[in-house]
Design a protein around this ligand. Structure first.
Ligand code: CA
Length: 225
């Protein structure tokens, strides 16, 4: 899942970026409204965290621009003042939710996850399944055959991607961009290592094997082998 952060305050921006990255999201941080709107419209994101007071173009204008484009993109806006007018204005302009600064990161993360679930096309399923493997999006838990499997944030994101697009061969380049903030040309070994670790946890001791390598192409998670 990719999240765009538009925030000019260095401390808040870095804090958001670091927290969301550690939670397993791929994040881009932009510090100017004009750049924020441009990148929101030209790149594929699953959500935008948008500050209201920004240089270049304020958050309201960025939000209107996103909504005018017709792009179906959840927006969580951050307002510095606990002002009813600000909140109403944001929601009227099409924001999906707001948070008043200062906020606890755990609260932001909860809102982000709720918005992503609401926006997910997969009939807001909170559990993804294949064979006897279950991935619980809300509790961030994975089990296979009822046995708990502990994954890192990246392994979880990788498995979530494979599950959402099961039976589809996913090229390494796509996995790199969706799970890591990387281009294909960068170190693809990272993906191989992560897939190997993921398999060791959720495939090696179980049958059937779910993740298959398609040589020269990528990986596929198959619902029946
Ligand atoms: Ca600001």
């Amino acid at each position: 899942m990719r999240i765009l952060i538009v925030e000019d305050e260095p401390k808040t921006g870095d804090y958001l970026r670091q927290g969301l990255t550690e939670a397993g999201f791929v994040t881009d941080l932009v510090r100017d409204g004009q750049d924020g709107l441009h990148i929101a419209l030209t790149e594929a994101y699953d959500l935008v965290v948008l500050d209201v007071m920004l240089p270049g173009l304020d958050g309201w204008s960025v939000l209107s621009g996103i909504r005018r484009s017709g792009k179906d993109l959840p927006v969580l806006f951050l307002t510095a003042r606990d002002s009813v007018d600000d909140r109403v204005k944001g929601l009227e302009l099409g924001a999906d939710d707001y948070l008043v600064k200062p906020f606890a990161f755990s609260e932001l993360l909860a809102r982000v996850r709720t918005l992503l679930r609401r926006g997910s096309k997969a009939t807001t399923a909170e559990t993804l399944r294949v064979a006897d493997l279950e991935l619980d999006l809300q509790r961030r838990r994975v089990t296979r055959g009822g046995k708990r499997i502990d994954l890192t944030a990246k392994e979880f994101a990788l498995l979530e991607l494979l599950l959402r697009r099961q039976n589809e061969v996913l090229p390494r380049s796509l996995i790199a961009s969706q799970v890591w903030d990387m281009n294909f040309d960068s170190d693809t070994n990272v993906i191989e290592v992560a897939v190997r670790r993921l398999r060791a946890k959720m495939d090696d001791d179980f049958e059937p094997k779910l993740i298959r390598t398609v040589r020269g192409m990528g990986y596929v998670l198959e619902s029946s082998s």
